[in-house]
Write a protein that binds this ligand. Structure first.
Ligand SMILES: Nc1ncnc2c1ncn2[C@@H]1O[C@H](COP(=O)(O)OP(=O)(O)OP(=O)(O)O)[C@@H](O)[C@H]1O
Length: 314
């Protein structure tokens, strides 16, 4: 459904002394129909930028994104946004507070499905609200500030259902919700996959959420996808030293912090050439200084960008 090919995005800032950040660096991956793919990495690794690139909120510096085998910039905006929608971390910031929910949905129809007559709109809104576990009577006629974060997040998902979207970018959508509401919203995503055959890019920094919901995983470090594969395969056999570090750093219920615990983030800039993770990697060797982070196939369900795996199956 979505194909990302050699995608890069460099941001520049500053007037006199320009600074450049390569937020996404040569990413290549696919999201198949009806699959949930989680994109996992620490803060600043480029996850949101990938989501924004897919949603055409920022333009690629290099590479391309195909939706149904057509470059996303070849679609007109109405056609594209009927099919591809996004839900973001802060549901309060996603709604205009001066409009009631029904006005907000009406404006959505006006901009993306104007041909649907007013008489049919309410029925479509009510069905979508029920599909995300909301009672239309408790929602219609309310302002966004009269609803909880969990209700607003469900409303944003309902938006995609109203449009009958086929692809959803879900960017940290449950990080502001309490634990039980989180599971409810995750289960709604699972339902969308099964009942509506929706494909979802689920962006998170939390490995356990990625495991719970996704079929496939992308692990991102400083703009590069360092490992990807079937979720169960990655969990049973994480290969990249960064992925292994992520697994080791998940706090568990039976573990308490003690003073032997230290942060693995050194704050140092990564090396200018070679592997970006080398300065944090316990296995780094001289060869890592010249490695260009190409991806190696471990098996059909697993790829890794680490020189340790060069020539193993290639
Ligand atoms: N508009 C922008 N202008 C300049 N730099 C930007 C811009 N947007 C993002 N960046 C930089 O790009 C890098 C990746 O940012 P991004 O928001 O994609 O990371 P992230 O993995 O989603 O982080 P988080 O989990 O904290 O949201 C960061 O270094 C960020 O500072």
């Amino acid at each position: 459904m979505i194909k990302i090919k050699n995608l890069s995005k460099t941001f520049s800032s500053g007037f006199i002394k320009k600074e450049y950040v390569k937020a996404v660096d040569n990413a290549t991956f696919e999201i198949e129909d009806g699959k949930i793919v989680s994109l996992i990495g620490e803060s600043g690794s480029g996850k949101t930028t990938i989501g924004k690139l897919i949603l055409k909120l920022v333009k690629p510096t290099e590479g391309e994104i195909l939706y149904k085998d057509r470059n996303i910039y070849d679609y007109n905006p109405i056609e594209y946004y009927r099919n591809v929608q996004g839900v973001f971390q802060d549901p309060f910031a996603s709604f205009n507070p001066i409009y009631k929910i029904d006005n907000i949905f009406d404006m959505l129809f006006n901009s993306l499905y104007n041909e649907i007559p007013k008489s049919e709109r309410l029925g479509r809104i009510e069905k979508s609200l029920k599909d995300v576990g909301l009672n239309p009577k408790h929602i219609i006629g309310k302002y966004p500030h009269q609803l909880s974060g969990g209700q607003l997040q469900r409303l944003l998902i309902a938006r995609a259902l109203i449009l009958e979207s086929k692809f959803l970018v879900a960017d940290e959508i449950i990080s502001m919700l309490d634990a039980s509401t989180r599971v409810d919203v995750l289960n709604i995503l699972g339902d969308l996959k099964y009942k509506n055959k929706m494909s979802i890019l689920f962006i998170t920094h939390d490995l356990s959420l990625g495991y719970y919901i996704s079929d496939w995983m992308l692990i991102m470090y400083r703009g590069t996808i360092v490992e990807m594969g079937d979720t169960k395969e990655i969990f049973s056999n994480p290969l990249h030293p960064y992925t292994q570090m992520l697994f080791d750093s998940v706090p568990t219920l039976d573990k308490k912090w003690d003073d032997s615990e230290t942060s693995t983030e050194t704050g140092e800039e990564p090396p200018k050439t070679g592997c970006k993770f080398a300065h944090r990697c316990p296995f780094a060797t001289d060869k890592c200084k010249t490695y260009n982070m190409e991806s190696y196939t471990v098996n059909k369900n697993h790829q890794v960008s680490c020189i340790k795996f060069a020539n193993k199956n290639n």
